[in-house]
Design a protein around this ligand. Structure first.
Ligand SMILES: [Zn+2]
Length: 308
């Protein structure tokens, strides 16, 4: 596995599988995408392997392979768990890909891949500790330390969305029911889905999260109030992260990360909740946008380990 000119990253999502080939400098050499064979595990393994082979055939070189999944490999069993693509659960996806592709394959949670991408050559480049947040349909989190993903013995490091919303106000208790079985999880408030629910409850309008953010920017009162509540909740959620992890930078991605307002307001609102006289934590939007997941999967084989 030495002297690879290529790093191949695969983002295995619920609706599409995307694969990218990066050169050692991080430049994109090629990209492929197919629909995910939903519900069919064997076909999913084959689709991932074929994408890898197509990229290699297009470039004429062999690469390392990293795969980001919407779940995690259980350290206890070595099998996929916590995946909303439920047909992956209970399978040794890394080993099955390894035997199909004839080489070592690294697997990681997609939010961890996001954090790793931004830590490697994105908004968190050069930072020691990067906390990455993907706020879209759900709210995922991942941690990169010194350019490596932090996994943990339970493979849940950074799974911040299923902690309770910190310092809840009376009207935020008990909070919306979450699919994880609890109520009032950060994800039920700080995802686009959560913003849509809150906005609908108050205004009766059935709008999507991004729509509400856009309407708020245009001066719509009901939307602006919902976004203000959203920003206040996200600020409290991130203050708790700062108190626990004290990351150098927090990078936001996903559909809710657009809009300059977040980056101006969040640090002002989180300040009083952080147990420090001043807060120097940086906040930035993801540099690689929707490509952060697939790029981070490629960087599961880091630059300085390329010869290993
Ligand atoms: Zn939850």
């Amino acid at each position: 596995m030495s002297d690879h000119p290529l790093r191949i990253g695969v983002d295995l999502g619920g609706t599409k599988i995307e694969a990218i080939a990066l050169d050692p400098g991080g430049a994109e050499r090629a990209r492929r995408r197919v629909a995910t064979p939903r519900g069919d595990y064997a076909a999913t393994v084959e689709a991932v392997a074929q994408l890898v082979e197509e990229l290699e055939a297009a470039i004429g070189a062999r690469g390392t392979v990293g795969v980001g999944i919407p779940g995690a490999l259980s350290p206890a069993t070595g099998l996929v768990k916590n995946a909303n693509s439920t047909w992956l659960i209970g399978h040794a996806l890394d080993r099955d890909l390894e035997s199909r592709l004839g080489r070592a394959v690294r697997l990681a949670n997609d939010a961890n891949c996001f954090a790793l991408s931004e830590a490697t050559d994105g908004a968190g480049r050069g930072a020691r500790v990067v906390f990455g947040v993907i706020a879209g349909t759900g709210t995922g989190g991942g941690i990169a330390v010194d350019g490596r993903v932090l996994v943990g013995p339970n493979a849940v490091a950074g799974e911040w969305g299923h902690n309770p919303l910190p310092w809840p106000r009376d009207e935020e208790r008990p909070g919306p029911v979450c699919y994880c079985g609890h109520s009032g999880c950060i994800e039920t408030f700080c995802s686009g889905t959560g913003l849509a629910l809150d906005h609908r409850t108050v205004t009766g309008r059935d709008w999507r999260g991004e729509q509400i953010v856009a309407a708020a920017a245009e001066g719509d009162e009901g939307a602006a109030e919902a976004v203000a509540r959203y920003v206040d909740r996200l600020a409290r959620g991130l203050a708790a992260v700062i108190n626990l992890l004290d990351p150098d930078i927090i990078v936001l991605g996903g559909g809710m990360s657009n809009g300059d307002r977040l980056y101006a307001e969040l640090p002002l609102i989180w300040q009083p909740w952080v147990f420090s006289d001043r807060v120097d934590t940086k906040l930035a939007k993801a540099v690689h946008g929707d490509s952060s997941g697939v790029r981070g999967a490629a960087w599961l084989w880091p630059r300085d380990a390329a010869g290993g």
